[in-house]
Design a protein around this ligand. Structure first.
Ligand SMILES: Nc1ncnc2c1ncn2[C@@H]1O[C@H](COP(=O)(O)OP(=O)(O)OP(=O)(O)O)[C@@H](O)[C@H]1O
Ligand SMILES: [Mg+2]
Length: 502
């Protein structure tokens, strides 16, 4: 199994070397530390990619600053707009209650299912875990992927399903089903592209496995230090590529030859040359030939899709058509501005709404994120800031506070574009549109970013800030790519804003 993967990777690596953009894995060793349990002290530089890295400040949570100094009339207008939006968005959330059930009966919905969890042949302990999480019926991806993943002999799978449709539960159930609790060594391994996502997925594993206490989980993430010579006894490992690679090779905490299931969440970014390819592949090469490989993502750009099929032997495939990739439950708008300051103003005009529900605001660089957070603070708002250069303990704290809605607004970069699941996020703002390193539209990142709202049948709003002809062009190309109209929104016009929530 590893051979064809290795061959395809060699080809890609060769291509990458030729292009001069090969990223080799971080071989830095980590100092010895305490036993297997999650600790999150401040540590090394970030593992994630996909964020531009200017030299910049490193704030954690940004708290209230001075009050805004604005003419009274403006204030009144803003307040009127804000309270209206608040009302609309609140009622939107209330109206959502039965949405999931309705969608699960609509054959065109990604949440549709004909089967029940019972029919998916899950172990009793896992079924109990599923129901304990409040899941009544499987989603389409769960219904389709689980029988393939649990079949004997094990089969490989490359699966695509829209954001927020329950991919995590699908592969977590497969990981939990395949391990033998009698064996005290890692048997299921999952890689996540970011620290925050690894922690989140770990929590899902813990919740799903709650009634299967013999199964244990280890977090292979930065900050979790083990003593040298330790052999991990936990049967399941969730981690980020750099740390997992260290644990498998240099530190030998994990014997990769005993892994039976290997999951790549956000698989496209894990195998793309611009993503974590080198590390994922070096890990994959250490796994046994008959290790089951499961690749999941909401997006697979064409070349990555071809690569995935080349490196995963005889895979089952679940693929979306382009027009199915976007969710109708997420409404998409753009706001026309002339510069950065106007974008901040437009943001402030809709800010009342996004402080009630929760919002994520995406910037292209850490520098802009830091600047914008500071601007919003100057306007008297309370926001949180999360970007990749922050220390891991800070990052964990920021995302936790945001999850608990202690901050209603999170200003961030692509580090939070994928996978993060915060149900109450009702608005996503692209303060900067997502572009790749060549300045072309990054359609995949666009889809992941807007997918932070509209989770599992919830409705959501995505608002894009356009500030130049160039960014208008990017927006148009994104519209064309998904064949999906992004409506113009005039943030000074109350009637227009009203339409948003209907
Ligand atoms: N069968 C189900 N019934 C009800 N809720 C579910 C079900 N499956 C998953 N969920 C919930 O749906 C939400 C989204 O799930 P998840 O994070 O796995 O989405 P995803 O497909 O991985 O999305 P993304 O592409 O953004 O990573 C989670 O809060 C999860 O608890
Ligand atoms: Mg996910």
């Amino acid at each position: 199994m590893s051979d064809s993967w290795a061959q395809a990777v060699d080809q890609q690596e060769l291509a990458a070397v030729t292009l001069g953009n090969l990223h080799l894995g971080d071989e830095k060793s980590k100092p010895p530390g305490s036993p297997t349990k999650l600790v999150v002290p401040p540590l090394e530089p970030p593992e994630e990619k996909g964020e531009e890295i200017p030299k910049t400040d490193t704030n954690g949570v940004v708290n209230n600053g001075d009050s805004p100094e604005k003419p009274e009339d403006d204030d009144k207008e803003d307040r009127a707009a804000q309270s209206l939006l608040n009302k609309l968005i609140r009622s939107n959330l209330v109206n959502n209650t039965n949405q999931v059930e309705v969608l699960q009966r609509d054959p065109n919905s990604p949440l549709y299912s004909v089967k029940s969890f019972e029919e998916l042949r899950l172990k009793a302990q896992l079924l109990e875990g599923v129901y304990n999480m409040g899941f009544n019926r499987p989603s389409k991806i769960q219904e389709n992927a689980l029988p393939m993943m649990l079949a004997e002999p094990p089969q490989n799978l490359i699966a695509q399903s829209q954001s927020g449709t329950g991919k995590t539960a699908a592969f977590v159930l497969a990981m939990l089903s395949r391990v033998d609790p009698a064996h005290k060594y890692p048997q299921s391994l999952c890689l996540s592209p970011t620290y925050e996502l690894a922690l989140q997925t770990g929590k899902v594993i813990e919740q799903m496995g709650k009634f299967y206490p013999e199964l244990k989980l280890a977090y292979a993430v930065r900050g979790n230090k083990l003593e040298r010579g330790v052999k991990i006894q936990e049967q399941i490992v969730i981690g980020t590529p750099g740390t997992v690679l260290d644990w498998c090779s240099k530190l030998k905490f994990i014997d990769p030859r005993k892994i039976k299931v290997f999951v790549l969440d956000e698989a496209d970014v894990m195998i793309a040359t611009q993503g974590h390819q080198d590390q994922s592949i070096r890990i994959q090469r250490m796994l046994p030939r008959d290790c089951q490989m499961l690749l999941f993502s909401a997006t697979f750009e064409e070349s990555v899709w071809r690569f995935a099929q080349k490196v995963v032997p005889d895979p089952n495939i679940i693929k979306l058509k382009r027009e199915e990739e976007t969710l109708d439950t997420i409404k998409q708008y753009y706001v026309q501005c002339n510069n950065r300051d106007e974008k901040v103003q437009a943001l402030c005009n809709i800010y009342g709404a996004i402080t009630i529900a929760q919002a994520m605001i995406f910037c292209h660089t850490r520098k802009t994120a830091g600047w914008l957070a500071a601007e919003l603070v100057k306007e008297g708002h309370q926001v949180a800031l999360l970007s990749g250069e922050m220390m891991v303990e800070q990052r964990a704290a920021v995302i936790e506070r945001f999850r608990e809605a202690k901050e209603k607004v999170l200003v961030t970069t692509n580090v939070c574009a994928r996978g993060i699941d915060v149900e109450q996020v009702s608005v996503v703002i692209n303060f900067d549109l997502p572009v790749d390193k060549d300045g072309n539209p990054d359609n995949e990142t666009y889809l992941h970013r807007i997918g932070r709202t509209g989770r599992f049948g919830k409705r959501g709003l995505a608002i894009n800030m356009v500030d130049s002809k160039h960014s208008m062009n990017i927006l148009n190309r994104i519209q064309e790519h998904f064949s999906k109209k992004i409506e113009k929104l005039d943030t000074d016009d109350l009637d227009e804003i009203e339409k948003i929530a209907n």
